[in-house]
Design a protein around this ligand. Structure first.
Ligand code: HEM
Length: 197
């Protein structure tokens, strides 16, 4: 393979798939944890949750939390320090996003070069990175509330942090669904994320 055939380097593919696995485990075990003490008028059907009971779900949640955080630090670290984050996701302006969104809705957004993301992809990927950072911060407050008093107060206290954690999860699930639909519409992006080319 020629070096310039490479679309996604191996570290990116490895961290992307490890992140996807961690997110699926965290979301489904998180639903089981929520069911043990729901703060809305609904519960999540047990059949789509992971862990079987509160104790089991917590074990899954804590295990996958380490995967998400360590893997996320590797992804962000390489991305930032190699200069790729700046190159791949910037510049990004609101008019660009609106223009590309309009083109996408009319089915006129080009995918000629999968090496470069359009403004909608850039915005969506940066948004999900920030969403995951907020999930981790609110998760820290729920896990070690006493040890992170400043973070707890910044997030509006323990009960508000629970809701922040929940809404970030819902946003992540929304991203996940749209992301999969977009990948299904342009399947060769999936091949590139698996094989690199
Ligand atoms: C919630 C879990 C997921 C998150 C947070 C996520 C996030 C991301 C991010 C941030 C990127 C851009 C990476 C970069 O270039 O630095 C990306 C790209 C990509 N992801 Fe995911 N992803 C998830 C799950 C999945 C799943 C399940 C699939 C497969 C069905 C998938 C397929 C892809 C593909 C094909 C690309 C490259 C897309 C393109 O060329 O636009 N992702 N994902």
């Amino acid at each position: 393979m020629q070096k310039n055939d490479l679309i996604h380097p191996v570290w990116l593919r490895a961290t992307h798939w490890a992140n996807a696995l961690a997110v699926v485990i965290l979301v489904t075990s998180g639903w089981r944890i929520y069911d043990a003490s729901p703060f809305f008028d609904f519960h999540i059907p047990a059949g789509i949750t992971l862990g079987g009971w509160l104790g089991g779900a917590l074990q899954w949640h804590f295990a996958a939390m380490w995967l998400l955080v360590i893997n996320g630090l590797i992804y962000l670290g390489i991305n930032i320090f190699s200069g790729r984050l700046k190159r791949q996701f910037f510049p990004l302006t609101l008019p660009q996003i609106l223009r590309d969104l309009g083109a996408a809705l009319k089915g006129k957004l080009a995918h000629a070069d999968p090496r470069h993301y359009n403004a909608v992809q850039r915005a969506a990927y940066l948004f999900v990175m920030l969403d995951i950072v907020l999930i981790v911060m609110s998760g820290l407050v729920l896990w070690k509330s006493v040890q992170f008093p400043l973070l707890r107060e910044l997030l509006g206290g323990y009960e508000t942090a629970r809701r922040v954690h929940f809404f970030c999860m819902a946003t992540l699930v929304g991203f996940f669904i749209v992301h999969i639909v977009m990948v299904a519409l342009v399947p060769r992006t999936l091949l590139a994320m698996i094989r690199g080319r």
